[in-house]
Design a protein around this ligand. Sequence first.
Ligand code: NCD
Length: 306
Amino acid sequence: MRHLMSPLDFSVEELDQMMDLAMDIEKNRDKYAHVCDGKRLATLFYEPSTRTRLSFESAMLSLGGQVIGFHSADSSSAAKGESVSDTIRVIGCFADIAAMRHPKEGAPLVASTVSTIPVINAGDGGHQHPTQTLTDLTTIRALKGPLGNMTIGLCGDLKFGRTVHSLISALVRYPNIRFVLISPPELRVPSYIREDILDANNIPYEEVIRLEDALPKLDILYMTRVQKERFFNEEDYVRMKDFYVLDRKKMALAPEDMYVMHPLPRVNEISVEVDADPRAAYFRQVQYGMYIRMALIMTLLEVKVC
Ligand code: NCD
């Protein structure tokens, strides 16, 4: 039995197969409409989420399966003091696969060690968000072709943004990837990402503060919101929250074939006037997120299509 804790749990070849499957699902929805008939997905969300939870639920429903679950710690037995290990043992009696989001780093991993069903990490604190990364890789591949030979700009809260941490660790496995890390000094990527992932793999990267300096050289710009819930004080958050605002004027500095991505939710970091720009890809990204989650559920449940 396999789980998904980090995007690195799957090899580059396995990820390619999963992305191929997602693309086939996009083209042939009917072919996959009943492959999970009789199967159940549990969504165990100890932290708020709309997109990720609903994306998982729509993915399972689109495969013919069913969904059960809870969407906040308050509405689960966690409020009574139950451990994630006990919860997942119980859920294993009701469901065939589980997606877990938790504010504590490593909680889904702890659950997976005792689970009788595949567990998917749907975001653990400021650590990892592997299914967002699968979404991001699928989107980049769909927009730009095979992964590799590109300059990716990551902008915003690179310190607390778990989608950024997961995406960097996944992208360094592809050839000739360069990063431009755009953040205020207080929100730089954590040193473990710089040292253990970027430096350890000899990945070229630069750190800049001004978005304008980075824009002309990018193939992809990945914007992120400042992660309010992970700040220790309101004052720091208020100081940082509008540090970057991508607007039409700044988009004029970017190449014609640069795409803008964002894991969403967006706050102020992308002005709504950018939505009409053909390079704005963040809503298409949401759609790819559902297809790749369908492919992931099928892969972990070892469902085959006849
Ligand atoms: C991201 C997350 O939860 O980390 N959102 C998501 O999954 N779509 C990004 C964010 O909350 O900023």
